[in-house]
Ligand binder design. Structure first.
Ligand SMILES: Cc1cc2nc3c(=O)[nH]c(=O)nc-3n(C[C@H](O)[C@H](O)[C@H](O)COP(=O)(O)O)c2cc1C
Length: 179
């Protein structure tokens, strides 16, 4: 499984990603964490050359990320809520997946969505973020198999206080990886 972390700080998304990875390791389930914000990823210009060639003209870290995505069956996106939307670090990378769009190369890959916000649960925060991802899954014909929202996460390790919810998430992820 690939785990995409939408925040650059060693905060809630990062902490959750590492906790998931550690627990999967215990069951000999492989995962790789990718932090798009720490990669060299140019902004999509919208030239649409890739729609014909299937390849982006830019030479950057997407050249190694795209083959990994093509290989994997399960993609986990962990994003902070950023003004009620997914993080721009993730969106920049997702736009650069356009070469895979015309031939629907992500079709039926499993998408796991985790949205983390500082606010109380309400429709203007993590729910919007999850809906944002659901429409991205729809565009790519991916299968959004799991969605979780974590709220009240302001400080970098606030999420670690929500241990039982994290364990439920990990159980759900393991089921998807084993199936
Ligand atoms: C620019 C910015 C915008 C944010 N917008 C929201 C928001 O709309 N709703 C929310 O609940 N939290 C919002 N937050 C708070 C973060 O989503 C929250 O603290 C999250 O846990 C940060 O994840 P991280 O610790 O992995 O960076 C925002 C934070 C930043 C920096």
């Amino acid at each position: 499984m690939l785990i995409f972390v939408g925040s650059r700080r060693k905060g809630n998304c990062y902490n959750l990603a590492h906790k998931i990875q550690k627990e999967l390791n215990n069951d000999h389930l492989e995962s790789e964490i990718i932090i798009p914000g720490n990669q060299r990823i140019f902004l999509c210009t919208g030239c649409r050359d890739c729609e014909v060639s299937g390849i982006c003209d830019f030479k950057d870290d997407m050249q190694k990320i795209i083959p990994k995505i093509k290989e994997e069956k399960v993609l986990l996106f962990i994003t902070p809520a950023r003004f009620n939307a997914i993080s721009s670090d993730l969106k920049v990378m997702i736009d650069r997946l356009n070469p895979l769009y015309p031939r629907q190369e992500l079709k039926m890959k499993k998408m796991i969505i985790v949205a983390i916000g500082a606010k109380e649960a309400d429709i203007y925060s993590t729910e919007q973020v999850v809906n944002n991802f659901l429409s991205i899954a729809d565009a790519f014909q991916m299968d959004p198999v799991i969605r979780y929202e974590f709220n009240n996460c302001l400080n970098p390790d606030d999420i670690l206080k929500q241990e039982s919810k994290i364990q439920n998430l990990i159980t759900d992820i393991k089921k998807e990886l084993i199936n």
